[in-house]
Ligand binder design. Structure first.
Ligand code: LLP
Length: 453
């Protein structure tokens, strides 16, 4: 057995015949039992990442005298079992819709350990969150402050715990980040006041929350982007949020107790890529918030973060069976081998939607054949139905081969569709040599059950 290393999960290895094993399970046996395509989730890997993020941030923030809570961003992938695992590892759960909230609650995560996001929450979602006693509702607009207050009044309970989501002008993702004052996007409230406005939209909403007897303003929330591989974006955004907090305190006397720095911690998708190291980013961010708070002369708040991809992404892979293999001659004379698998853009929309790159390997056998330039495609009626744009695969790749695509745990199943009436694959957890279906395979009957004829 030899371990594979990134971008595969830590439980991935190859046996003497070259077959891929995950957490002691041979993918050939998994495919025979559960079929393909299938999402395979390495439980120990996922839990270890959850623990690593929590411990790294707790240690780094304890060192500057601040507490921190880690919320798992359920949008990356949420099921009852995953919510239980991350909660057992000491994380809380961040949800962004009523559906995600329902899964977290079904899992038995206590309401106070759940947060609710959303730029366009329905009244029903707000009421349900309050009834469940969620720990925080992250308010995304000025009218929402009043809507949450009204719902809290109607519910007759305690004031609703809220954070106000602001946009700091820092957008990060990939390798770079940019910082601009004005925002042209739907999330959050800008820190920049418009021409002739006394206050920024963020400050206006914070003042409204302070003034409302029916909401309890916990703090300020900032999420700057996703798949971030450079901590400096977090540091710039955190400093801006702390400055806003100090300004609010100066104007109202209310120093809000919490600041959330959002998610976005980047992972490796390809061999040779380097993920953000939780310990390093935690230390860097803690050091810069400590410096910013010191400069402002305000005591540190309690912090929280919301990683999604970094917890579940590398823990997952997708197992496919190869069907049609077709050499296609390119204009420059090269040949690209199109390797079609039994899934595609319905189980992983990210290559088509974002041009995201993935890595694939033959999973069920060893091959000594000369590698060829390949493109892994799906079975959908669309030429953009690409799973892996470019990868070298053994030249003898053929129908019936198992193919594994690495690091598909985040935003794969959670963004899956039924395009072309393709049933969505199951999510099969592997641990200690055994498998367990977390989400079963959809069937044509499931799809037809929705069709009213
Ligand atoms: N918190 C908030 C408020 C967010 O909006 C997000 C992601 C997260 C946390 C988690 O971010 P993460 O740690 O997973 O990067 N579908 C896209 C990603 C969209 C992310 C949206 N918000 C993708 O597949 O790349």
């Amino acid at each position: 057995m030899s371990a594979l290393g990134e971008p595969w999960s830590t439980g991935a290895s190859r046996d003497g015949e070259g077959s891929l094993h995950v957490a002691g399970v041979d993918v050939r046996a998994l495919a025979a039992e559960h079929g393909t395509p299938a999402y395979v989730l390495d439980e120990a890997d996922l839990r270890e990442r959850a623990r690593a993020y929590r411990q790294a941030f707790e240690a780094a923030f304890a060192a500057i005298g601040a507490g921190v809570d880690v919320y798992y961003a359920g949008k990356a992938f949420l099921s009852v079992a995953v919510a239980r695992w991350v909660h057992a590892e000491g994380l809380r759960v961040d949800t962004s819709t009523g559906g995600e909230l329902a899964v977290a609650l079904r899992a038995g995560v206590p309401g106070e350990h759940v947060g609710l996001h959303g730029n366009n929450k329905s009244d029903a979602e707000i009421a349900r969150a309050l009834a469940a006693g969620v720990g925080r509702i992250i308010v995304d607009s000025l009218p929402e402050v009043e809507r949450v207050a009204t719902a809290a009044r109607a519910a007759g309970g305690a004031p609703a715990p809220v954070m106000v989501r602001v946009t700091t002008g820092v957008h990060a993702g990939g390798h770079e980040f940019i910082s601009t004052a004005h925002e042209d996007q739907k999330f959050g409230l800008s820190l920049a006041a418009g021409e002739g406005e006394a206050d920024s939209p963020a400050m206006t909403a914070l003042l409204a929350a302070v003034a409302s007897p029916d909401v309890e303003l916990l703090g300020i929330h900032s999420h700057i982007g996703s798949q971030i591989l450079d901590a400096s974006g977090f540091e710039v955004a955190a400093a801006k949020v702390l400055a806003l907090r100090a300004e609010l305190a100066e104007r109202t006397g209310v120093l809000v107790p919490e600041v959330d720095l959002g998610g976005g911690y980047g992972i490796a998708y390809l061999p040779g890529e380097v993920a953000l190291d939780p310990e390093r980013v935690a230390r860097d961010v803690a050091a810069s918030v400590a410096a910013a708070a010191h400069e402002l002369g305000t005591p540190l708040p309690r912090f929280s973060i919301e990683p999604g991809r970094a917890i579940v992404g590398p823990a997952g892979l997708t197992l496919y069976t190869v069907g049609t293999v077709k050499p296609v001659r390119l204009d420059d004379g090269r040949v690209r081998t199109y390797v079609a698998v039994d899934g595609g853009m319905s189980d992983n929309i990210r290559p088509a939607l974002y041009g995201a790159d993935y890595h694939a390997e033959l999973a069920g056998r060893r091959s000594t054949a000369e590698p060829v330039l390949a493109r892994v495609v799906g079975k959908h009626c669309e030429s953009g139905d690409i799973v892996v744009h470019e990868v070298m695969l053994p030249g003898d790749v053929r129908a019936g081969d198992l193919l594994a695509v690495a690091a598909t745990g985040a935003y794969g199943r959670s963004m899956a569709s039924n395009y072309n009436m393709v049933p969505r694959p199951p999510v099969v957890a592997v641990a200690d040599g055994g498998t367990r279906v977390l989400v079963r395979r959809e069937t044509e009957d499931d799809l037809l059950a929705l069709d009213q004829g």
